[in-house]
Design a protein around this ligand. Structure first.
Ligand SMILES: [Zn+2]
Length: 175
C-alpha cells in the first residue's frame, strides 16, 4: 500500500482581488448647509452655546459639550497655520506636484482647524503661526466642495504666537 502524502505544495495562501467602490456620501444637515454656502463662496462655522468654540466645518453638535450647535458664524478665508506636513507622494486625480505642503489651518473666527493645501511659497518657509489666505477658483467653477479654494497662500502679516492659535479671534489681532 502506498503512503498517502498530506503535503501539498500548491496551497493557496492568498489572492489579489482589486475592487472599485463608488458610493454617495450623505453629508447631514450641518455639513450640507456648510457646503451650500461654500458654493456661494462663504465659509461658515457653528458656535457651541456652552463653551463658545466655533467648529468648521460644523457637525451640528459640540464634541466636548455634547449639545447642538445652531448659531452660525461667518468666517474669513484668512487663517493661521496650526501644523503642517510636506508631502512627497502625488494625490490621485490632482495635478499638484510633490513635494507640496498640507496644513492644518484655523480660519479667523474659528477655534478648529481644517486641512488644505498651501502654495505660492517655498515649502521650507512654511511655519506654525504663519498667516495665510485662500486663493479661490474662478466663481463659475465653484461647487459643493472646499476645493473651491485652490490653496492657501502666505499673507504679509505678523505670525500668531503658538499658544494663541485657535484661542482668540485673530481678525484684527495686532502682534
Ligand atoms: Zn461646547
Amino acid at each position: 500500500m502506498s503512503e498517502q502524502t498530506t503535503e501539498n505544495t500548491d496551497v493557496i495562501t492568498g489572492i489579489e482581488a482589486p475592487i472599485y467602490l463608488k458610493y454617495n456620501f450623505t453629508a447631514g444637515a450641518a455639513p450640507a448647509r456648510f457646503l451650500t454656502q461654500v458654493k456661494e463662496g462663504v465659509l461658515t462655522g457653528q458656535r457651541c452655546p456652552q463653551c463658545a468654540q466655533v467648529y468648521v466645518p460644523p457637525r451640528g453638535s459640540c464634541a466636548a459639550c455634547g449639545v447642538p450647535t445652531e448659531e452660525e458664524v461667518v468666517l474669513s478665508d484668512k487663517a493661521t497655520v496650526q501644523s503642517f506636513t510636506i508631502v512627497s507622494i502625488p494625490i490621485p486625480g490632482n495635478s499638484i506636484e510633490p513635494p507640496f505642503v498640507v496644513a492644518n489651518l484655523v480660519p479667523d473666527g474659528a477655534n478648529i482647524s481644517f486641512i488644505h493645501l498651501m502654495s505660492e511659497c517655498d515649502n521650507a518657509d512654511v511655519h506654525i503661526g504663519q498667516r495665510v489666505q485662500g486663493v479661490w477658483k474662478p466663481q463659475e467653477e465653484w461647487g459643493y466642495s472646499m476645493d473651491n479654494i485652490r490653496y492657501f497662500k502666505p499673507l504679509d502679516e505678523p505670525d500668531v504666537p503658538v499658544e494663541k492659535i485657535g484661542k482668540i479671534p485673530v481678525e484684527g489681532w495686532e502682534g
